[in-house]
Ligand binder design. Structure first.
Ligand code: PGA
Length: 252
C-alpha cells in the first residue's frame, strides 16, 4: 500500500454555467458528507469565474478547490489572466498548470509552465503540472523522451511532494475515449517518477503523486487507479456528472 494518498481531480475545463457548477459541486459535497471517511482526496477545478459559487457549495465537505491555470506574475497588465493570489483568495489550494490545451491554445512552453508552477508554489498552492506526448510522438517511439524532457523543463526548483502533483496526460487520450494500455500507463508513470527523482531526489519523488489523465471514466478507472505508480486521476469529461465522478472516486 502506497503512502501516497489518492487524488481524484476534476478538470471541468470551459463547461457549464454557474447553475451547473453549483449543482455539480453541491451534488459532490452531499456525497462526500454522506460517505464520511474516504480513502481519497477530491479536488475540483472549475472555470475561474465559477470558483466562488463552487467554494460556497463545497464548504465543509472536505472537497478541495483549484484553478485551471494561473499567470506567472503576481499582478499587473495581463488582461484576462488570473493571479495565484486571486486563486488563493477565492479558496483554492491547487492550480493546474501546463495542461495540453493551454500548451496548444496559448502556446505555453515548458519554460512558461515552469514559471507558472513556481508562482503557484510561491503562493502556497499545489501545482498540478501536466505533461504528455502527442499521438505522433508515441507512434515515433518518443513517449519517454518527450515526457522526460517535459519533466526536466516544466518542474521548477523547489518542487516537493507537498507542493507538486504531476499529471501524465497523453494528448491523444484526452477526450477521445482512448487510453494507453495499463502496462503502458504504468511504464510511463514509473519513468516519470525516475525523472522526477533527478530533480527532487528519490525520497520526494517516492512521495509525489502522479495522476493519470485522458479518458479516465467509471469503466476504466478501477484498473488504472490500481497501477503501482498511478496515484489518482485528472478527469475531464467524466468529472462533469456527479455519479460518474463519484464512481471514479469510489474506484480509488
Ligand atoms: P478527459 O480530459 O477526461 O475528458 O479525457 C482529461 C483532461 O484533459 O484533464
Amino acid at each position: 500500500m502506497s503512502a501516497r494518498r489518492t487524488l481524484i481531480a476534476g478538470n471541468w475545463k470551459m463547461n457549464g454555467l454557474s447553475a451547473d457548477a453549483k449543482a455539480l459541486a453541491t451534488g459532490l459535497a452531499e456525497k462526500m458528507k454522506a460517505a464520511g471517511d474516504v480513502n481519497f482526496e477530491m479536488l475540483v477545478c472549475p472555470p475561474a469565474i465559477q470558483i466562488p459559487v463552487v467554494a460556497t457549495a463545497i464548504a465543509g465537505s472536505g472537497i478541495q478547490l483549484g484553478g485551471q491555470d494561473n499567470h506567472a506574475n503576481a499582478s499587473g497588465a495581463h488582461t484576462g489572466d488570473t493571479s495565484v493570489a486571486m486563486l488563493k483568495d477565492a479558496g483554492c489550494g491547487y492550480a493546474i498548470v501546463g495542461h495540453s490545451e493551454r500548451r496548444t491554445d496559448h502556446g505555453e512552453t515548458d519554460a512558461v509552465v515552469k514559471d507558472k508552477a513556481q508562482a503557484a508554489h510561491g503562493a502556497g498552492l499545489v501545482a498540478v503540472i501536466c505533461i504528455g506526448e502527442t499521438e505522433a510522438e508515441r507512434d515515433a517511439g518518443k513517449t519517454l523522451d518527450v515526457n522526460g524532457s517535459q519533466i526536466a523543463g516544466s518542474v521548477p526548483d523547489g518542487s516537493t511532494s507537498a507542493n507538486t502533483v504531476i499529471a501524465y496526460e497523453p494528448v491523444w487520450a484526452i477526450g477521445t475515449g482512448r487510453t494507453p494500455t495499463n502496462d503502458e500507463v504504468q511504464e510511463v508513470h514509473a519513468f516519470i517518477r525516475g525523472e522526477l527523482a533527478k530533480k527532487v531526489g528519490d525520497a520526494e519523488a517516492a512521495k509525489t503523486r502522479i495522476l493519470y489523465g485522458g479518458s479516465m471514466n467509471p469503466g476504466n478507472s478501477k484498473d488504472l487507479l490500481a497501477l503501482a505508480d498511478v496515484d489518482g486521476g485528472l478527469i475531464g469529461g467524466a468529472s462533469l456528472k456527479v455519479d460518474d465522478f463519484w464512481t471514479v472516486a469510489q474506484n480509488a
